[in-house]
Design a protein around this ligand. Structure first.
Ligand SMILES: Cc1cc2nc3c(=O)[nH]c(=O)nc-3n(C[C@H](O)[C@H](O)[C@H](O)COP(=O)(O)OP(=O)(O)OC[C@H]3O[C@@H](n4cnc5c(N)ncnc54)[C@H](O)[C@@H]3O)c2cc1C
Length: 430
C-alpha cells in the first residue's frame, strides 16, 4: 500500500498518540490577526500564547499537527536556550544573563503548559549528560557545566556521577561519567504537541491541516496563499523550521536540514531494564553526531543518533543505528526493533536559533540545531510578545548576525557533508 507522506511517520509516537487529529483543509478566503505557518512546537506554542491573549489565529500545517521534528524527536526535555558564552562574547555579561534566564524559562513554560492544560504526555524528570570513556574533553565539559551552573545559582539539583555509582544510572562500559540534572527529563513529544494544539483550538485558534502554504505576498497586509485558499492576515509567523524549505525565498540557505534517526525496541524485560537504564532517566551524549536514549513507559528503549548532512536517509534505519546501540549496550545487540523513523533538524552555522522579521510584519524562528523541545516553547512566547509589541527577548536574538550557507543547494551537498565530517573528526580527536 502506498504511504501517505502527509500522515505521521512510522514512529512509536504516532502509534501511541492519544488523539488522531483531523482539522479541516483550508478552502476559500479567510481573515485573521495572525497567520502561523507550521504546527510543530514553535507554531503551536506561538498560537497558544496568542490565543490566550485573545488574538484571532489561523494555524496552517502542511501535514498533521506535530508531523515534523516536534512529533518525532527523542523526547528529551533539556533546559537551556542557547550558549550564554556566545552572547557574553558578543553582547556582554547582561545579555549572557538574559540568555541564562531564558534557558530556565523555556523549560518552565513547557512544564507549566502540561500542568495547566492537563496534557497526558508521560512527563518524567531525570536526565544525564554522559561523557564517553577515553574522551577527556567530554568529562572536562561536564565539570565546566556543573561549575558554571553552581556559579549562577542554577535552581535544579545537579551532580557529577562517576565510578561504580554510574552503573546505578546507566549500565554501559562506554561511559566514564554523567552529569545528572533533576530539572530535565523526558516526555512523549507528539502527545504534547497535539495537546497544546487542542488547547489553542479550544481558545479559538483555527487550525488547518493538510494545507501547505505555497507563497506569501508581503505588504501592509500580507497574503498567505495555500493550495486551496488564501488568508489575509495582519501579521504572519513562519515556524516551518527545517521543513519550510522554499516557502519563503528570503530564508533559503539560512539553515540546513540534517537527518536524525530513531528506533524503538520491543518492550524490554525487567532484567534488561536493570541491565541498561535502571534509573529510567534520559541520556544524551555531547558530540555533534550524538546518541541519545531513554525508556518509554512500556519499557522500550527509544534510541536515537546519527546526524546525516548528505540528505540521503538510510534505507534501513534500524540496521544503521544497531551498531551504535550494540556498542553502548552489548546486552541489546540482538534485541528486536518494532519501530524506526527519522526527521529533519534545522542547523544554523553558529548553532544559535535564528529570529527575524521580514518587511516588519512577518516574523520567523528556525535553527534550534538539535535541541528544540524546550526552546521552541519560549520561542513561541517571544513571537507572541513581538506581535504584541514587546520585542526585548526577540531583538536580543534578532541582533545576532548569521552566516548563510553558500551555494544554492545545501541539502545533500557533498561539500557540506565534508565540512561536517571535519567537525566530527575534530571531536573524535578530542
Ligand atoms: C529525530 C530527532 C530527534 C530529536 N531529539 C530531540 C530531543 O530529544 N530533545 C530536543 O530538545 N530536541 C530534539 N530534536 C529537535 C526538536 O525536535 C526540534 O528542534 C523542534 O521540534 C523544532 O520544532 P519546530 O516547531 O520549530 O519545527 P517542526 O516540528 O519541524 O515543525 C515544522 C512544521 O511546519 C510545517 N511546515 C513547513 N513548511 C510549511 C508550509 N509551507 N506550509 C504549512 N506547513 C509547513 C511542517 O509540516 C512541520 O509540521 C530532535 C529532532 C529530530 C528530528
Amino acid at each position: 500500500m502506498a504511504v501517505d507522506a502527509r500522515e505521521h511517520t512510522s514512529s512509536w509516537y504516532a502509534a501511541t498518540r492519544h488523539i488522531a487529529t483531523d482539522y479541516p483543509v483550508l478552502h476559500g478566503e479567510h481573515r485573521c490577526d495572525v497567520a502561523v505557518v507550521g504546527a510543530g512546537f514553535s507554531g503551536v506554542s506561538a498560537s497558544l500564547f496568542l490565543a490566550e491573549r485573545g488574538y484571532d489565529i489561523a494555524l496552517i500545517e502542511a501535514n498533521r499537527v506535530g508531523w515534523g521534528a516536534s512529533g518525532r524527536n527523542g523526547g528529551q526535555l533539556i533546559g537551556g536556550f542557547s550558549d550564554p558564552a556566545k552572547f557574553e562574547k558578543r553582547f556582554g555579561s547582561s545579555a549572557a544573563g538574559i540568555v541564562r534566564r531564558m534557558g530556565l524559562e523555556c523549560r518552565d513554560i513547557l512544564v507549566e503548559r502540561i500542568n495547566h492544560y492537563r496534557i497526558d504526555c508521560d512527563l518524567k524528570f531525570g536526565y544525564l549528560d554522559v561523557a564517553a570513556r577515553g574522551r577527556p574533553a567530554e568529562l572536562r565539559a561536564l565539570e565546566a557545566q556543573l561549575e558554571d551552573c553552581e556559579r549562577h545559582d542554577y535552581p535544579h539539583a545537579m551532580r557529577l556521577i562517576r565510578g561504580q555509582e554510574l552503573a546505578d544510572w546507566v549500565r554501559s562500559g562506554h561511559y566514564e561519567a554523567g552529569l545528572s540534572n533533576a530539572g530535565n527529563g523526558h516526555l512523549h513529544p507528539l502527545n504534547l504537541c497535539i495537546g497544546e494544539a487542542r488547547a489553542a483550538s479550544q481558545l479559538g485558534a483555527r487550525i488547518f491541516e493538510r494545507t501547505r502554504v505555497t507563497r506569501i505576498q508581503h505588504g501592509a497586509r500580507p497574503v498567505v496563499e495555500t493550495e486551496h485558499g488564501t488568508i489575509f492576515a495582519n501579521k504572519v509567523i513562519l515556524a516551518g523550521n527545517a521543513y519550510l524549505r522554499n516557502t519563503e525565498p528570503r530564508l533559503r540557505n539560512a539553515v540546513f536540514p540534517a537527518g536524525s534517526y530513531m528506533l524503538a525496541t520491543e518492550p524490554l524485560s525487567e532484567q534488561q531494564v536493570q541491565n541498561v537504564l535502571p534509573a529510567d532517566v534520559a541520556c544524551c551524549e555531547q558530540q555533534i553526531a550524538l546518541n541519545y536514549f531513554r525508556l518509554s513507559p512500556d519499557k522500550r528503549l527509544l534510541f536515537g543518533g546519527m546526524c546525516n548532512y548528505s540528505g540521503r536517509r538510510p534505507a534501513d534505519i534500524a540496521a544503521a543505528l544497531r551498531p551504535r546501540l550494540a556498542r553502548i549496550f552489548p546486552v541489546l545487540a540482538n534485541v528486536g526493533v518494532d519501530y524506526q523513523w527519522g526527521g529533519d533538524i534545522a542547523i544554523s552555522i553558529n548553532r544559535i536559533p535564528q529570529f527575524g522579521r521580514i518587511q516588519g510584519n512577518t516574523y520567523y524562528v528556525q535553527g534550534y540545531s538539535g535541541h528544540g523541545v524546550a526552546p521552541t516553547h519560549l520561542a513561541g512566547k517571544m513571537l507572541a510578545d513581538v506581535v504584541c509589541g514587546d520585542a526585548e527577548q526577540f531583538d536580543l536574538f534578532a541582533r545576532v548576525r548569521h552566516l548563510r550557507i553558500p551555494g544554492g543547494k545545501w541539502f545533500g551537498s557533498p561539500m557540506l557533508a565534508l565540512g561536517m565530517s571535519y567537525f566530527r573528526l575534530r571531536e573524535l580527536l578530542g
